[in-house]
Design a protein around this ligand. Structure first.
Ligand SMILES: CC(C)(C)CCc1c(C(=O)O)[nH]c(=O)[nH]c1=O
Length: 305
């Protein structure tokens, strides 16, 4: 049985990796994933300089998922770049910045480095005050990508927040199809949710308790975003599926919707890196039952009525 995945000229043993932000802040955490059954990892989204992030509590989980407003705590691009440059194998470096000018600065730094993996540009980054995050500002996204591909020569994909309107899928896909993007990772957490505890109080401190939702709560939205982009993007832009993966069945559904790699966030936070072996075994069981020997045999084969 062959679980291999290819994105551009990069080949992975299987589709599983962590989602940015979970268990990927320090080299120790990244080594734990690298030494697990995961086929790759992505770093915590990093910025030009280290960041403390928001006041705690800034992460909370329950049986249905998680909510977070971490505020982008990270050890800075040099920390992750130096580590990645020392590794063989193919890994993902997640980056963003607080404005487009600094996004170019961090990407130019990567461009000049000997990093040979894939960059995951997190487009959930804030924009200028009063405007929505970049990925919800289509004109800014288009201009940013046009400017990036004037100089950026390495392999880059984008991490997107969920969209909820079919017209937004059309508009975003038309933009993305214009550029040599290697992958689209859908979805980031569903923004600005609230969870309330038994004391009539929100569960996280930043932003009056408003935070990004992850886990089982978001799987239907994640699957729809994966399939919407799978239907609309050029075939050489691969889809990475993220959101609501707790079992091998969830991985199977993401791949049915068109995903190549599948990222695990909230469940990894709960179960730690042994989760990759469990979910890989569950996926193999499903493929055996259905007599599939490779992911290509069922990727994108979601049936409609
Ligand atoms: C939302 C940002 C802080 C701009 C980016 C980092 C990020 C965070 C975070 O660091 O708060 N949490 C998420 O669920 N997704 C993200 O992309």
């Amino acid at each position: 049985m062959n679980l291999k995945v290819k994105i551009k000229d990069f080949e992975f043993e299987n589709p599983l990796m962590n989602a940015a932000g979970v268990n990927c802040y320090t080299i120790d955490e990244l080594e734990e994933i690298r030494n697990s059954k995961a086929a790759s990892f992505v770093t915590k989204t990093c910025t030009l300089n280290t960041r403390q992030g928001n006041l705690e509590p800034r992460y909370y989980e329950n049986e249905l998922g998680s909510i977070n407003s971490m505020g982008l705590p990270n050890l800075g691009i040099d920390y992750y770049l130096n580590y990645l440059e020392s590794l063989d194998g193919t890994y993902f470096l997640s980056v963003t910045e607080m404005n487009t000018e600094n996004i170019h600065k961090i990407l130019e730094k990567i461009n000049e480095s000997s990093f040979n993996g894939l960059v995951e540009l997190n487009l959930s980054c804030p924009n200028i005050e009063g405007k929505p995050q970049i990925a919800y500002d289509f004109k800014t996204t288009d201009k940013l990508l046009a400017d990036i591909f004037k100089y950026f020569k390495k392999d880059l994909g984008v991490k997107l927040p969920p969209y909820f309107d079919l017209a937004h899928f059309d508009i975003m896909a038309n933009i993305l199809n214009k550029y040599p993007i290697r992958f689209v990772n859908s979805i980031n957490s569903i923004g600005n949710a609230i969870i309330i505890d038994e004391n009539d109080t929100v569960v996280i401190k930043p932003k009056n308790g408003f935070g990004g939702l992850g886990g089982e709560y978001i799987k239907p939205t994640a699957l729809a975003n994966v399939n919407a982009f799978y239907r609309r993007l050029n075939k050489d832009i691969k889809i990475i599926g993220t959101g609501g993966v707790n079992t091998g069945r969830d991985v199977y559904e993401h791949i049915l919707c068109g995903a190549y790699m599948v990222q695990i966030g909230t469940r990894l936070q709960k179960e730690k890196s042994k989760v990759f072996e469990r979910i890989l075994n569950e996926l193999k069981e499903i493929m055996k039952e259905k007599n599939y020997n490779s992911l290509d045999e069922f990727r994108g084969k979601l049936k409609t009525l």
